[in-house]
Design a protein around this ligand. Structure first.
Ligand SMILES: Nc1ncnc2c1ncn2[C@@H]1O[C@H](COP(=O)(O)OP(=O)(O)OP(=O)(O)O)[C@@H](O)[C@H]1O
Ligand SMILES: [Mg+2]
Length: 256
């Protein structure tokens, strides 16, 4: 069975990376490892949010494998698959891979084919995949990371944020993702009630403004490791529970 993949999208600066890191942690805590964390933002920072170091990206491996000579006895495809594997950082409970920069101007069709196949093979090793996207939906629209099982759209609490989230929903539809379930997450909610945002339909979850997230940001420490019981961590734990409920309906993902 294939893994369950969650793509985190939304306007710039709404909290996608914060949510993705907390979600990876929440899934591990719920016993759902191994999780694959994918940083699909060329301006990669999911590794910092998870407290891991990344030196290679799939993009940098694609460049390098073009320049290097292939070791004897290996096909170019095998060599590239090996290089792509080397970009994966293994941690307790999860692995992380960063997509890196998009390709340059050369002809990358072959490399991208190998990359897509490598990702397809890699996917099978995990129960869950959490993808932190850049503000656009570049990788989703190009099909690099496959079609997600759930689209989490993160919004700030203002009316404008909610409207942008609605536009992202439309964009998802135009990208052929209309059958992919979506959850709207309103982040940095400062109101009293934690479950009502006026004018916003279909809200999956509300994440409160959390001083622990701010403190981690200021200290440069991994936001994924804010203390248990912190409001944002609690809210994302509930989101993880909701995801697990949906997965049960669909069938439990298993590592094949
Ligand atoms: N619930 C929260 N409480 C307090 N601060 C938050 C919360 N969520 C996110 N932030 C802060 O908001 C800022 C943006 O968050 P983050 O980097 O996760 O957003 P992003 O959507 O990934 O941004 P980008 O579009 O640049 O990738 C960070 O400084 C983060 O610490
Ligand atoms: Mg981000």
């Amino acid at each position: 069975m294939s893994p369950f993949s969650v793509a985190v999208t939304g306007k710039g600066g709404t909290g996608k990376t914060t949510l993705a890191a907390l979600l990876v942690r929440a899934l591990i805590e719920a016993g759902e490892s191994p999780v694959l964390a994918v940083d699909a933002d060329p301006n990669a920072n999911l590794h910092e949010a998870l407290g891991v170091e990344v030196t290679k990206t799939l993009g940098s491996m694609r460049e390098e494998s073009f320049k290097e000579s292939i070791p004897p006895g290996m096909t170019r495809t095998e060599f590239m698959e090996l290089r792509f594997r080397q970009a994966i950082v293994e941690e307790r409970g999860f692995d992380l891979v960063a997509m890196g920069l998009p390709e340059g101007t050369g002809c990358y069709c072959f490399a991208n084919d190998v990359l897509q196949r490598s990702i397809a093979m890699l996917r099978k090793e995990y129960r869950f995949i959490v993808i932190d996207n850049e503000a656009g939906m570049e990788h989703i629209s190009r099909g690099t990371i496959g079609i997600p099982d759930l689209l989490v759209i993160v919004s700030d609490p203002g009316a404008r944020g909610i409207r942008t989230a609605a536009r992202i929903r439309d964009l998802a539809k135009s990208l052929g993702l209309s059958s992919v379930p979506q959850v709207l997450v309103v982040n940095r909610w400062k109101g009293q009630s934690s479950d009502v945002v006026p004018g916003a339909p279909d809200i999956g979850i509300v994440i409160p403004e959390d001083p622990a997230v701010e403190a981690a940001d200021l200290a440069g420490s991994p936001v994924g490791s804010i203390p248990p019981g912190s409001p944002a961590r609690e809210a994302v734990r509930r989101l993880a529970q909701e995801i697990l409920r949906r997965v049960k309906e669909k069938g439990t993902p298993a590592v094949s």
